[in-house]
Design a protein around this ligand. Structure first.
Ligand code: NAG
Ligand code: NAG
Ligand code: NAG
Length: 507
């Protein structure tokens, strides 16, 4: 009995010593993004760590080991900024960059002065690590660093250039497409030229215009007014929601870990009517969801008509995420306000997936091996779909070319051309073939960084160089000068000599 008690005591001590306090800061109020953050938090809590979770949504049920700090006001802020995303479809990457920078800055402006955040700062709570969702929200980076614990960034999109900047991640414009473009990794000369231009613009804009604005917020609301320019390059780890099966294979530094697909859980039972609809669809089902930002209900009337006309002529059924009630739908179309996309894709009758091409939906489609039809609108969607159609597991229908003819041709290809099914199933195998489940991998690295006090050994020496040193621009300038200066001097001397000779002859 005594032995048993002793054993239990030791067991408790061991588990206590392994339990960390982790602050997770997450601020994007969209359903699909929230799935990512809440899944990560759930996994961390399941391992017995104590999580403080700053979130735009309070969860419906309390989760063990999780203390939530909900900031509901973020939702209003976001909804007013993103009504009808379809109007942004034809904007240039530069306009898109300005738009997202503005949104993220406004989030920070709401976030830092918030009473709950200020109370957390004043509480002097201690954390073993801070996980921050990062996407151009640099003022929050100062909040993360405020707690003097290793900072772990968490990104939901493929690597992009200003994020690469933070970890001195190599991001050559020659083959790493800017996420706001519509290029895959293999680019033509003109695409590389434009890609370099967009990369350059975004870095300069971020560095010279946005960071000073964020610094003003930091000065006003973070004690000690830390210098953002020093902080931005001092993160311990980047967890990124990508993988070579869903995005291009890209170079990553040792403290960047790809955990793409970590949010996908084993399929859960579906609501009864949905299960019946899928079971009864013997000819197959096409799933159609534009995600949670660009809502189907915001489609202009002519586009809505294209979908309805096209679907009415199909032999297969269509399951459409639509946020309003629509009258006069064809018999083979079922609409639902919200669809558990991953669980539906797991159903064997689902044969194709019409998607906006967000990375989450793309990953879910790849995971379940269902061919994609991409109608990309915003953010990284065009790039994701460019990659997916380059590797032939998606068919793209650009929004501006969305006609009945084009859409039905794309659906026909996805359903009947075996190439797409084969390719995406190959990708699915690649996505699932990992040494560790991606969620376990994320946990391993979070704990690793804590165990090794921020793991500074993973930081490569290039991170301590200036950008022009890292890109060898100083060396190139030196070589150019050493090579051309003597030639220049010779030319000048020669000209002078020639002139004086001419002069002497005249004399
Ligand atoms: C960078 O982080 C390390 C450890 O996390 C810390 O010791 C160091 O002071 C930080 N540097 C700056 C400039 O904040
Ligand atoms: C759609 O109609 C059903 C039944 O008439 C109703 O319960 C539901 O709330 C409606 N949904 C929306 C988004 O209006
Ligand atoms: C859509 O149709 C137009 C006109 O027929 C054609 O020029 C265009 O290439 C089509 N686009 C796609 C993606 O099929």
């Amino acid at each position: 009995m005594l032995w048993f008690k002793l054993f239990c005591l030791v067991g408790t001590l061991v588990s206590l010593s392994d339990s960390y306090k982790i602050l997770t800061i997450y601020h994007i109020p969209t359903g699909s993004h929230y799935i990512l953050a809440s899944r990560l938090v759930k996994e961390i809590a399941k391992k017995g760590h104590e999580v403080t979770f700053i979130t735009p949504y309070p969860s419906k049920m309390p989760v063990k080991n999780v203390k939530e700090i909900p900031l509901e006001g973020l939702q209003t802020l976001f909804q007013s900024a993103t009504t009808s995303m379809f109007t942004h479809e034809d904007t240039t990457p530069i306009q898109k960059a300005l738009f997202v920078n503005e949104i993220q800055y406004n989030f920070c402006k709401y976030f830092l002065p918030h009473e709950k955040i200020q109370n957390l700062i004043k509480s002097h709570e201690k954390f073993d690590a801070v996980i921050l969702y990062y996407y151009l929200n640099d003022a929050m980076l100062a909040l993360a660093h405020h707690f003097k614990a290793p900072v772990i960034l968490f990104a939901s999109m493929p690597l992009y250039v200003s994020e690469s900047f933070l970890l001195s991640q190599p991001s050559p414009s020659s083959y790493v497409p800017n996420i706001l473009t519509q290029y895959a990794g293999h680019m033509t000369f003109w695409q590389r030229l434009k890609n370099s231009f967009f990369d350059g613009f975004m870095i300069l804009y971020y560095w010279w215009l946005m960071l000073p604005k964020h610094q003003k917020l930091v000065d006003a609301y973070i004690p000690g007014k830390p210098d953002l320019y020093k902080l931005v390059n001092n993160e311990s780890l980047l967890l990124i929601n990508s993988h070579a099966s869903t995005t291009e294979a890209l170079p990553v530094v040792p403290n960047t870990v790809e955990i793409g697909g970590f949010h996908i859980e084993d399929p859960k039972p579906l609501p009864k009517d949905l299960q019946k609809f899928l079971d009864d669809s013997a000819n197959g089902v096409v799933l159609f969801s534009m995600g949670s930002i660009a809502r189907s209900a915001h489609f202009p009337e002519d586009k809505r008509k294209v979908f309805i006309e096209t679907f009415s002529k199909l032999k297969v059924n269509v399951l459409w995420k639509f946020e309003e009630n629509v009258s006069g739908l064809p018999k083979n179309v079922k609409i639902m306000e919200w669809i558990p996309v991953s669980d539906v894709l797991a159903h064997p009758n689902v044969k194709a997936f019409i998607t906006h091409g967000g990375l989450l939906s793309t990953t879910e489609g790849v995971h379940h091996g269902v061919p994609l039809i991409g109608i990309p609108i915003f953010g990284d969607q065009k790039m994701n779909m460019a990659v997916a159609s380059f590797y032939e597991y998606a068919i793209q229908v650009p929004y501006t070319e969305l006609t009945e003819e084009n859409l039905s041709r794309a659906i026909d290809q996805a359903l009947n051309n075996p190439k797409y099914k084969q390719n995406i199933q190959k990708r699915s195998k690649i996505l699932r073939d990992r040494p560790l489940k991606p969620a376990d991998n994320a946990l391993y690295w979070i704990e690793y960084v804590i165990r090794h006090q921020g793991a500074p050994h993973l930081r490569h020496p290039g991170a301590d160089l200036n950008w022009f040193q890292r890109n060898l621009l100083d060396v190139a300038a030196f070589v150019a000068i050493v090579t051309f200066l003597p030639i220049l001097v010779l030319i000048v001397l020669f000209k002078k000599c020639a002139k004086s000779t001419v002069k002497r002859k005249k004399d």
